[in-house]
Design a protein around this ligand. Structure first.
Ligand SMILES: Cc1cc2nc3c(=O)[nH]c(=O)nc-3n(C[C@H](O)[C@H](O)[C@H](O)COP(=O)(O)O)c2cc1C
Length: 462
């Protein structure tokens, strides 16, 4: 691509970019590198616009990235933005990883792996340093894939079986579109990264976010609301420790009757060579009113949560509070009347009758529990495969049968918790900031004082 042509790409004097073409346009704590095209000599007449080369979303305060292939040697996550002085419990990270690996309906891979996070940077003597934290989880299965996944060059011809090449893309997976987009002949090059094995590192990074939130009295949990169309009967008031109630269930469901039916449905799907999806609900307790913002589209917390949850492999729908159901009811049966009942002390002395809003109004938290749901489609690897096309010849074929889960909805709930925790950690750090936990804590406490003062009306306000 000729990236250095002027607008319209027409002739005219060549434009020579200087250096890497980037510089900082502001110096504040959230300064972003703005890529501005600069010119070694005068621009042509009429060329007045400095072309901004890329759109710049606000830089998140808590940020993470993951790397690694499903059958490579290891997966890693780099987490940035946590203040110094956060106590880090690595057993707790491993506990979260075990929760992700569990759940009725998982495939053989989860019996091979027993994930453990190694901390390579950013933590010393049990506390964060404020520097980037690197987490690493080794793939035990790598021992069986050293040739097939070797980074060393390999003759493209022959050895298809030993190299575990994939030519029969699965409908519903990234195999075909990824092979087209990245121009790969072997869909293995795509599926290794598209695989939800990547969610291991989301959960590890999310465990750090949860540890930050716990210091501020915010707790994130989840449960499975439905699998394969079997819908759990969920109590109006969820248990305060949601995970303690959901985790003992093999499908992480709070309704024992539905639990039995879900297990039967998963068994039946397995016998049929089929797969099942479902819905998970994530709930965060202790979230103070005032996270997120109404002022710009990209600062709205509901939008940020939706993006984070939709980015999870196989999640195809996200709801906040009543969600789609709200569109079917009149306003009088949707909106939560305001009162002064604020037992958690996180609503600034204001409370609500009900929580149809799921703890969010105007993209800002209300102080009520934050409630999001994510809908997962059925796993796309079918043991009774759907039709596909051979990538080499174009001939009709059956999709590849890669070792796979029958149902991963319980695990998806754990991943969804991690994503919600990271969005909340980002929103907390954005609002309260601080390079150290002490600084963050002071700012958080002062803010709670401030909103409580708003709700403490002189004379009681009656
Ligand atoms: C926890 C979890 C486990 C998953 N396990 C599998 C699996 O074993 N086999 C499979 O084909 N897809 C699995 N998926 C879904 C695929 O990764 C996903 O469908 C694929 O990457 C394509 O992305 P998309 O469904 O978002 O379009 C899993 C997803 C999650 C969240």
């Amino acid at each position: 691509m000729d990236d250095d042509r002027g607008p319209g790409g027409d002739a005219g004097p060549p434009i020579v970019p200087r250096g890497d073409g980037s510089r900082f346009l502001n110096d504040g704590p959230t300064a972003h590198p703005i890529h501005v095209r600069t010119f070694a000599r005068r621009p042509p007449p009429g060329f007045r616009i400095f072309a901004v080369r890329r759109y710049l979303p606000p830089m998140p305060t808590f940020r993470f990235t993951t790397a690694g292939e499903s059958h490579g040697p290891a997966l890693v996550a780099v987490v940035e933005g946590l203040p110094a002085g956060l106590p880090v419990n690595t057993d707790e990270i491993d506990r979260e990883l075990r929760r992700r690996q569990g759940g009725y309906g998982r495939g053989g891979r989860m019996r091979i792996e027993s994930d453990r996070a190694e901390v390579l940077s950013g933590v010393r003597h049990g506390e964060t340093l404020g520097s980037p934290i690197t987490l690493l989880v080794r793939n035990r299965d790598w021992a069986n894939w050293t040739d097939a996944m070797s980074p060393a060059p390999h003759d493209a011809q022959g050895d298809d079986e030993a190299m575990r090449r994939v030519f029969f893309p699965r409908p519903g997976h990234a195999d075909l579109v990824g092979a087209l987009k990245y121009d790969r002949g072997d869909a293995r090059d795509v599926l290794e990264r598209a695989s939800a094995r990547e969610t291991t590192m989301r959960v590890a990074a999310g465990a750090l976010a949860k540890q930050l939130l716990a210091q501020l009295g915010i707790r994130v949990g989840s449960h499975v609301a439905s699998i394969g169309g079997i819908v759990a009967d969920v109590p109006d008031v969820l248990p305060a420790d949601l995970n303690a109630a959901a985790d003992p269930s093999p499908v992480r469901c709070l309704d024992p009757v539905a639990e039995g039916r879900m297990i039967d449905a998963i068994d039946q799907a397995k016998r049929d060579g089929d797969t099942l999806g479902g819905v998970v609900e994530v709930v965060a307790h202790g979230v103070p009113a005032g996270l997120g913002s109404h002022v710009s589209w990209d600062r709205k917390l509901d939008g940020r949560l939706a993006q984070a949850l939709m980015s999870i492999q196989a999640i195809k729908g996200v709801e906040v509070g009543l969600g789609v159901e709200a569109a079917l009811r009149p306003g009088s049966r949707v909106h939560d009347a305001i009162n002064r009942d604020d037992p958690s002390g996180r609503g600034g002395g204001f409370g609500r009758v009900g929580n149809h809003a799921g703890g969010l109004e105007g993209g800002i938290t209300t102080g009520q529990p934050l409630v999001c749901r994510a809908a997962m489609k059925p796993i796309s690897t079918l043991m009774t495969p759907l039709g596909t096309v051979d990538l080499r010849t174009g001939a009709p074929a059956e999709a590849v049968r890669e070792r796979s889960d029958v149902c991963a909805v319980p695990a998806a709930g754990v991943v969804a918790e991690a994503m919600v925790a990271m969005v909340l950690a980002d929103a907390v750090l954005e609002k309260f900031g601080g390079d150290s936990m002490a600084e963050l804590g002071r700012s958080f406490d002062a803010y709670l004082e401030q909103i409580r003062a708003r709700g403490a009306f002189p004379g009681g306000g009656d």
